[in-house]
Design a protein around this ligand. Structure first.
Ligand code: PMP
Length: 411
């Protein structure tokens, strides 16, 4: 495992500031990443030069906007090795992508007796939509448990074998847990689901900008992610879906842009992806997302993955020396992706985050939208440090020193 050049920091204007009189140490990348200059410039350039609505205009600006929007879609397909850009639906982010599948595919396909299988490590975004649609359709929601007092063993694969029956119509799981730092073996999980005829949906919110992802190699049916967690803007995300599935699904929302014909009492839909993009889409942010794909591929996702994993391993080693710390997920020395969440009996996560902020360190404290998992692990909250391309080993040393100081205060 190796680290990226610290000079990458200079690509990110927001990092060049002091907080509380100290240089900013931004370790809240699991919530959202900072944006490189190229993404900020792409956004500004669109509004300065090309701003227009897409698909409905024949004038120069409208054509430029449409070309830019569709080029972003083609680039999004390439980023995950989708076979066809028609398999890319632009959404507001992971949450909307999962809701789209739950409401559209779910309402058309789920019946009483069917099972939707998810896991105990899901973010609420990949949990509540399945609660809702199973309740609406009479289908049943089941969970693959996590194993270990600190969920250090990840998904219980023996339990998964037993849960995967022919009644399971869809298995939806996170690629990278936002609380545990566990990277699930997506290809293996999809193969197991396929063996019983279940479709698969991957929540790639945490992995998309950090790990290489090839949807054809993984063999998933749907994959959801948000642009803002991969150096792109907020308000734009992607639902990848196999073309035959998307073309078979009813619209999620209706209105302009998604119809082929409308009569007084009846309308016909366009094929995917337009069928799922009612109304004026988020053109500017899709175009800026294109710049984020280019930026990340310019570094190389294997290199990003190595960097994040190396920092997380260093953080685990440094933090495990702190008195009374409980680190969730894989133990020191075991594979862990680029985030670490931890708890102390002596201090609440919100206090840790507030005090660390005074040292210029941005952390996240709370239940991380994993309330049922937190309950199972017997924790009200954890503090999370999450890493990205611009973070350095020096910042981990700053974090460890700050936490040591905070713990002395609470002792
Ligand atoms: N899934 C996971 C694993 C996440 O970490 C997040 C964001 N914290 C989401 C889904 C939801 O993403 P968004 O809020 O961008 O829709």
């Amino acid at each position: 495992m190796s680290l990226l050049s610290p000079a990458l920091r200079f690509d990110f204007p927001a990092l060049d500031q002091h907080v509380g009189g100290k240089p900013l140490v931004y370790l809240d990348n699991g919530a959202t990443t900072q944006k490189p200059r190229s993404v900020i410039d792409a956004l500004a350039r669109f509004y300065e030069r090309n701003n227009s609505n897409v698909h409905r205009g024949l004038h120069a600006l409208s054509m430029r906007a449409t070309d830019g929007f569709e080029a972003a879609r083609a680039r999004a397909a390439k980023f995950i090795n989708a076979a066809d850009s028609a398999e890319i639906v632009f959404t507001r982010g992971t949450t909307e992508s999962v809701n789209l599948v739950a409401q559209s595919w779910g309402s058309a396909n789920l019946r009483p007796g069917d099972i939707v299988l998810i896991t105990e490590m899901e973010h609420h975004s990949n949990l509540v939509p399945w609660q809702q649609i199973t309740r609406q359709t009479g289908a049943t929601l089941k969970y693959v448990p996590v194993a270990g007092a600190d969920a250090e063993h990840g998904l219980d694969l023996d339990a998964l074998e037993k849960l995967l029956t022919p009644q399971v119509k869809l298995f939806a799981f996170t690629h990278l847990s936002n609380t545990l730092g566990i990277l699930n073996d997506a290809a293996r999980l999809c193969a197991k689901a396929r063996a019983v005829g279940a479709l698969t949906l991957i929540d790639a919110a945490q992995s998309i900008g950090h790990e290489p992802i090839d949807v054809q190699a993984i063999g998933c049916d749907f994959l959801a992610y948000s642009g803002h967690k991969m150096a792109g803007p907020t308000g734009i995300g992607v639902l990848y879906g196999k073309r035959a599935l998307l073309d078979d699904m009813p619209p999620y929302q209706t209105g302009g842009g998604m119809i082929s014909t409308v009569d007084w009492f009846e309308s016909k839909w366009k094929p995917a992806p337009e069928r799922f993009e009612a109304g004026t889409p988020n053109v500017a942010d899709a175009i800026a997302l294109h710049a984020a794909f280019d930026y990340l591929d310019g570094i190389g996702r294997p290199a990003i993955s190595d960097h994040d994993h190396a920092l997380a391993a260093q953080a685990c080693t440094a933090l495990s020396e702190l008195p009374g710390i409980r680190i969730l997920g894989p133990k020191t020395g075991k594979p862990r992706a680029g985030l670490v969440s931890f708890a102390f009996a002596a201090a609440h996560a919100h206090d840790i985050v507030t005090f660390a902020d005074q040292d210029g360190i941005a952390l996240r404290g709370g239940h991380h939208c994993n309330q049922p998992l937190m309950k199972k692990l017997g924790l009200p909250s954890t503090t999370r440090a999450s890493f990205y391309v611009y973070n350095t080993p020096e910042e981990i040393a700053v974090l460890a020193a700050s936490l040591r100081k905070i713990l002395k205060f609470f002792a």
